[in-house]
Design a protein around this ligand. Structure first.
Ligand code: EPZ
Length: 427
């Protein structure tokens, strides 16, 4: 297994480009199942999860090719579509559940493996099932698979009003995609508002879907008979961008993050500015400046993760790593997932002073961390450990970085471009 070797203490300076968003590319790849016409996506990030999604779709019969520099990827799903998402592929990537809605809408049936839990929580999908049942699907869960089909005599899902028990990002995306081809109107009442959802909606509208309210908690979709092909550029990854903002804040430096969208990171940027970081929009990106190592200049910031537009749970580990080397105490509260503090024990191995009490973690900033070998446990925890390694004295080895590769496009290459002393060691 590959690992990252980091020698801490270097400031970050220069310019890097933010890649397309993992959490937009994955549903948008599934949306190509909704038409038999060619679809082309640009700005597709080079990630393990994208490669996994590609294998899943090719297994369903979608023809996929990559094109040149602009992260281009073309898709064409000809008849017959194989409506199955097998366990071997789904178990490595929960986002495979995003095939459920499009398969049902396109073929009238779907057999998708239950994703199973993951490191950060049980992550059930009962809301996805309830919503699609409201749209007329007959769904059984047996032998670890979601078996979905339309009632005899029906060839399309029907519009419905769907209110989930909690806000669910991929649940909203499944309903959005399924509703585009349903008969009648679908209203999603407490829809997720993460920027990846309006981006998916814009792609579906280019394909001929009739959608309004995307980006708010109430989305209305008028079903149509057919969708056609389109071209669409994946929105920039706000979590990758936020991760680099925290890295520069921790080490000190002056970096331009091209394509970064400050309007997608309001709460994180507000917290970083309160800490003492200088962040401004520049050109089509974001410039971030920090006077020196966080311990000398920044005040730790308390925060509580909530659904968008609140503080994103996917930024919790990274900002906690920054708090761990900033002045003062801070309280971090994780309200979305039940087990998203696994980076805490690893940060403590580097010398961080963090105490967990249920959903809360109390962080006491320390002047120095000392390099050690730490183990990545999940995608964003890995990013938090890399940030800590960039400021720790001496050498930090981050093990099991296949977690990192799932969601970051060549992170160590980008960090090295900015002056970090970091290298990948094939394991
Ligand atoms: C999406 O996961 C993201 N993944 C996650 O990013 C992100 O952390 C999460 O949204 C929250 O923002 C993708 O978009 C591919 P949810 P998702 O359904 O949709 C509970 C990353 O690091 N819930 O919004 O799976 C659930 O357990 C990943 O890039 C149910 O109980 O998350 C959680 O506690 C990690 N039943 C909460 O709701 C359901 O049927 C929010 O989950 C659905 C969800």
């Amino acid at each position: 297994m590959d690992k990252l070797l980091i020698r801490g203490g270097k400031p970050l300076n220069g310019t890097i480009a933010i890649s397309g968003a993992k959490n937009a590319a994955l549903p948008e790849m599934c949306a190509t199942l909704l038409t038999s016409e060619p679809v082309r996506l640009y700005n597709v990030p080079r990630l393990r999860d994208v490669a996994t999604m590609r294998r899943l779709l090719e297994n369903m019969g979608v023809q996929i090719q990559t094109h040149g520099e602009r992260g281009g990827m073309s898709f064409q799903s000809m008849e017959p579509v194989n409506s199955e998402a097998p366990y071997e592929l789904v178990k490595t990537m929960r986002a495979s559940v995003l095939a459920l809605g499009p398969l049902l809408a396109r073929t009238g049936r779907a057999r998708v493996s239950l994703p199973g839990g993951c490191a950060i929580g049980a992550r059930p999908v009962e809301q996805h099932i309830k919503g699609l049942q409201a749209m007329g699907a007959e769904i059984r869960v047996e032998h670890g698979y979601i078996e979905a089909s339309l009632p005899a005599g029906r060839t399309r899902l029907k519009g419905a009003s769907i209110t989930t028990d909690m806000i669910t990002v991929t649940g909203t995306e499944n309903f959005l995609m399924a509703a585009t081809l349903a008969e009648g109107t679908t209203v999603l009442e407490n829809a997720a508002q993460e920027p990846e959802i309006p981006d998916l909606a814009e792609m579906l509208i280019k394909m001929g879907a009739k959608i309004s309210g995307h980006g708010t908690s109430r989305i209305v979709i008028e079903g149509v008979e057919k969708l056609h092909g389109c071209e669409h550029a994946v929105v920039a990854d706000r979590i990758e961008c936020g991760t680099f903002l925290c890295a520069v804040a921790a080490t000190g430096g002056d970096v331009l993050l091209e394509h970064g969208r400050p309007e997608h990171l309001d709460v994180v940027i507000d917290k970083l500015c309160e800490a003492g970081v200088d962040i401004v929009r520049e050109g089509d990106g974001i410039r971030v400046r920090a006077a020196g190592p966080a311990w000398q200049h920044l005040k730790a910031q308390s925060f509580r993760t909530t659904e968008y537009p609140g503080f994103p749970t996917d930024m919790q580990a990274q900002f906690m790593a920054l708090n761990a080397v900033s002045q003062g105490s801070s309280l971090v509260t994780e309200t979305i997932f039940e087990n998203r503090f696994m980076h805490v024990s690893e940060l403590s191995r580097l010398g961080a002073n963090i105490t967990i009490d249920g959903k809360n973690a109390m962080v006491e900033g320390v002047e120095r961390l000392s390099g050690a070998t730490v183990m990545a446990t999940d995608l964003r925890a890995s990013a938090g450990l890399v940030i800590a390694g960039l400021v720790a004295e001496g050498e930090t080895t981050v093990d099991r970085i296949y977690h990192l590769d799932r969601g970051y496009d060549q992170m160590e290459v980008k960090l090295r471009t900015l002056g970090a002393d970091i290298e990948r060691v094939a394991g």
